[in-house]
Design a protein around this ligand. Structure first.
Ligand code: UD1
Length: 311
């Protein structure tokens, strides 16, 4: 049994991870200010099995005291303003959460000479921007185009460099298009699959931006959890960054057809011009993560089936 800190543990990826950690008998402490997360995401978990603090990770003193008091085995940094649009609306506030708070956490680990087995940070494929060479490898050109992408990239680099310089085992990932239960569909900038699922359920119209031929590597959240756990536990995964995806891209229109088949419903689609700044094609090279034993278990058909069953 290990003691985990999960920041953003009531959020989309966080809540899915917490469920698995608790299932395996680990001790879990969650810090989440519920600005994006929701305790309802943890409804399937016995609340006696975790400690929950409704606090912002920007509360530096609170975070430092917690880190010192609990002396975690693993620190998992998932709390973030997860929306690119939000980061454009409120760039400075986002920066304090998506970058500064994470540096403060690793600095508290350094300053207090804490010895976690691993500190993990979730970065994003957004760091690759719109440079068109595909598939994206971890060594591909970085071209952050938004405050969100800049902060994700900076935090990723801080975590890796702090780790190397001060001997704190750290590892980071770049998520591609994650989908699954507990993803909030409420904003037009939410993950597209959560929006489609919501529209199908409510029989309301879906706005498709572009011709539907845009491609993405949609990765099911359970595969993301598999990746995180490998990276936490494998000692070879240190001071480094890994793409997290499936290695296969699908067009949006194909995904919609899969969804329709699985839910036995037709989606009402209204076509709009492509969004400004939208990337047409995206694809991930995941060979680096696969070399550690990662094997995505959910292709789109299986992932969507599981998603529909669990939401
Ligand atoms: C994703 C990330 C974003 C990141 C970008 C670059 C999410 C939610 N967004 O954006 O943070 O900067 O990768 O790696 O993970 N679409 C519609 N109708 C809708 C919503 C979306 O047609 O109602 C389209 C979009 O225009 C896009 C595609 O669906 O072409 C996917 O959209 P989205 O889920 O927002 O992901 P990305 O655009 O890939």
């Amino acid at each position: 049994m290990n003691k985990y800190l999960v920041t953003g543990g009531a959020g989309f990826v966080g809540s899915n991870l917490v469920q698995e950690l608790i299932k395996d008998g680990n001790e879990v402490v969650i810090v989440d200010d519920l600005s994006m997360g929701d305790l309802n995401n943890l409804k399937n978990v016995d609340s006696n099995k975790y400690t929950f603090y409704q606090r912002s990770i920007t509360d530096k003193q609170f975070m430092e005291e917690l880190l010192v008091k609990e002396n975690f085995d693993y620190i998992v940094l998932l709390a973030a303003v997860a929306s690119v649009a939000d980061s454009i609306e409120r760039p400075y506030e986002t920066h304090l959460i998506n970058q500064e708070a994470n540096i403060d956490i690793i600095e508290a680990v350094r300053k207090n000479k804490l010895t976690p087995k691993k500190v993990y940070f979730a970065s994003s494929a957004a760091v690759y921007g719109d440079e068109p060479t595909l598939p994206k490898k971890e060594t591909s050109q970085i071209k952050p185009l938004t405050p969100y992408a800049i902060d994700k990239f900076a935090s990723e680099r801080y975590l890796i460099t702090y780790g190397k310089l001060y001997n704190i085992p750290t590892v980071t990932t770049r998520f591609f298009n994650v989908y699954g239960p507990n993803q909030n569909p409420s904003s037009p900038y939410s993950g597209v699959l959560s929006i489609i699922q919501d529209k199908l359920q409510k029989n309301t119209e879906f706005t498709l931006f572009g011709d539907g031929e845009q491609t993405r590597d949609f990765v099911y959240v359970k595969d993301v959890i598999q990746a995180i756990r490998i990276l936490l536990e494998d000692e070879r995964a240190v001071y480094d960054v890994y793409n997290v995806a499936t290695g296969t891209s699908e067009s949006l229109i194909n995904v919609i057809h899969h969804f329709e088949k699985n839910m036995n419903k037709e989606l009402q689609i209204q076509y709009y011009p492509a969004r400004v700044g939208d990337i047409k094609y995206s694809a991930a090279d995941i060979s680096k993560l696969k070399a550690l034993g990662y094997q995505p278990e959910y292709d789109l058909a299986r992932g969507l089936k599981d998603y529909i069953t669990h939401s």
